[in-house]
Design a protein around this ligand. Sequence first.
Ligand code: NDP
Ligand code: MG
Length: 391
Amino acid sequence: MKRVAILGSTGSIGLQALDVARRHPEQIEVAALAVGSRAQALLGQVNEFHPEAVAIADECVADTVRDSLEGLGVHVLSGPSAAEDLVRHVKVDTILSAISGFSGLGPTLAAAASGADLALANKESVVCAGPLLLDEIARSGSSLVPVDSEHSAIFQCIHGDEGWVDRLVITASGGPFLDRALHSFDAVTPSQALAHPRWEMGAKISIDSATMMNKGLEIIEARWLFDMDFDLIDVVIHPESVVHSLVQLRDGSLKAHLGPTDMRYAIMYGFSHPERWQDPGYRDFRLAEQSLTFSDPDPERFPCLSIARAAGEEGGLLPTVLVSADEVAVRAFLDGDIRFPGIARVVEETLERASGAGMGGNPRREPEEILRADEWARKHARSIVAMHAVQ
Ligand code: NDP
Ligand code: MG
């Protein structure tokens, strides 16, 4: 039996993680849950899974949670650092880090330092603070298993061939606009961009998939998780999303990970590692019904891919600026303040300012420096959004 904490339990990954727990009652005990503000959803989860502690970031709804759980013996933490406090408070075997965006950084670092194994969905923490996160993992002696499907696939492909990997190949579905006429990108609406053809995900990552910024972040994530140079990390478009990613070995063989398009497999592996649990049959997967096609991404259609790669290569605080500027730009697009192609422009111009301000260079290991870069990037990205605002 593994005791687990789920950070971001009301989100897309969190809900699927609870479904994995529901289907594996012999293997998983849900000991702790952390959310942002959805109090009622959290209370429903407490009712079903009986965790010993919960965290809610939004103070405005914390009293509702406390009042509802009074007398039930559930420890309730609240406030902006509640998820970090929770990780320090409860003793668990595995922590699933699935808070969205830059807010996941602090809780992920606290989880890495706690000594519990880390099942990592929050890619932003690796992008912004890869070396720092890996230092914490090494210091605490815990293990890190990626939950992002491509990185879970690569992690599983490398197993048994450590030392012989020449190149990583990350697959990308291409999102909803793989075939859309380029001249019509200005007219893309938020609901069109949110409608991913293959994966059901939270809003932010769905927009990032439409721009392919998500894949750009994943290149940087892979650089740190697998200690691989940027020029040895390729991206290939594979619209069917059956091959979750590949590694190329020294002898030229390609080793791929295939499976249903269902995050619950990667989440389950994050919990079960180093074991494997019985296939729960989430999806009836018949190989004979699948087709596999591959193509190179079109740089004109997906400028975010090269913008992100360049930010990763320039290094220093630029990956943090990339993450934070993208969060501001995606929010602005969802709010109708900028058009879809404006997302790439806002991110690129914020990065140009950061580069001009000397923020590139060696990776930073000071959390305060990363937090300052986040604030800097948000401020500049907002001013650039205002310059590109839809009239
Ligand atoms: P969602 O937006 O669906 O969910 C985000 C979760 O984080 C919610 O539970 C939310 O709580 C919680 N949250 C937000 N802010 C805070 C905070 N300050 N403190 C505590 N909890 C907070 O996101 P996804 O599930 O889509 O993504 C989560 C992470 O996993 C992201 O980093 C994403 O890149 C990564 N990922 C997601 C995939 C997917 O298929 N969805 C695939 C691969 C990676 P509340 O509901 O109360 O607001
Ligand atoms: Mg992914």
